[in-house]
Write a protein that binds this ligand. Structure first.
Ligand SMILES: Nc1ncnc2c1ncn2[C@@H]1O[C@H](COP(=O)(O)OP(=O)(O)OP(=O)(O)O)[C@@H](O)[C@H]1O
Ligand SMILES: [Mg+2]
Length: 269
């Protein structure tokens, strides 16, 4: 169990690596938090989450990206197009669970390892677990997370996305089952980023809305029409144990980095 903090300066934080946002979050997100990254399609949710793991891996930490829908190839191609230099980290792509043990043993000792678990590819490999037996998939994913956390020492995880998880493993009692999934991540003391697809009208941050209460933080990315352009905007709706600025910032990605600019409700006006 995590130790009780006695002084606020003892709270260790993970940067979002969004220039301009960390300064408004007392330096970052408290370690061990579960943060929802919520947004409509194409708002760069995956890129933002990947960016955090990638930078932490450059700093030598091991991390785990569970991709439930997007293939590992598609994700890596996207990140390479954003100019990420994969020679700086030990990238481990798992498309077949029988390879997991061997890949953990071959992990780099010099660089942080970034595991990408391609659940779509794994599903094609394992045909005996059918969608009818939907709880099995949740168990497969939990076992992989547990193994990589305990045996490979992963400190951070991205679950991309909750919506895809709901398709894969239908929840009969979302309140209880989601509580158990979140507790599972907390017990492993992982700093977690859970991607949540949000309707375009922004009416809610997550499917069942229970996720909002269970999570420690919510970061929202929106696409907002501005004159003849559409701008990306980012805001921290909630962040426990953090004095944060809840302004809406413009989110830009340039020269390989994210920037949160012009706080305030009408940033460009
Ligand atoms: N070089 C680039 N610079 C800035 N933005 C880019 C660049 N390449 C792609 N993008 C943007 O990244 C977006 C996709 O990013 P990402 O896959 O992280 O979004 P997402 O919110 O996870 O999407 P989805 O809902 O499909 O999962 C594209 O819609 C595109 O606008
Ligand atoms: Mg995505």
């Amino acid at each position: 169990m995590a130790e009780l903090v006695r002084d606020k300066h003892e709270i260790r934080r993970i940067k979002t690596y969004v220039n301009g946002l960390d300064e408004n979050l007392q330096g970052g997100i408290p370690e061990g938090h579960i943060t929802l990254i919520s947004g409509a399609a194409g708002t760069m949710k995956s890129s933002l989450a990947f960016n955090i793991l990638f930078h932490e891996a450059i700093n030598g930490k091991n991390a785990l990206y569970i991709s439930l829908e997007q293939s590992a190839e598609s994700l890596v191609t996207h990140m390479i197009n954003l100019d990420y230099d994969f020679s700086k980290v030990d990238l481990v792509v798992i498309k077949d669970l029988s390879e997991l043990q061997g890949r953990i043993q071959q992990m780099s000792r010099d660089k942080g390892s970034m595991f990408i678990i391609d659940v779509g590819a794994i599903r094609k490999e394992i045909r005996d677990i059918t969608l009818d037996n939907n709880k099995s998939w949740l168990n497969v994913i939990k076992n992989v997370v547990k193994k990589i956390t305990l045996e490979a020492g992963a400190k951070l995880i991205v679950l991309d996305s909750l919506s895809a998880l709901y398709v894969l493993t239908r929840l009969e009692n979302p309140r209880i089952e989601l509580f158990m999934i979140f507790e599972f991540l907390r017990d492993l003391e992982l700093t977690s980023f859970v991607i949540s697809e949000m309707p375009l009208d922004g009416s809610k941050f997550s499917e069942y809305e229970i996720e909002d209460f269970l999570s420690d933080g919510i970061i929202v990315i929106k696409l907002t029409p501005f004159r003849r352009q559409v701008v990306r905007e980012i805001s921290v709706v909630k962040m426990r144990a953090t004095a944060c600025n809840n302004d809406i910032f413009s989110l830009e990605f340039k020269n390989g980095q994210f920037y949160a600019l012009y706080g305030g409700q009408n940033p460009l006006l």
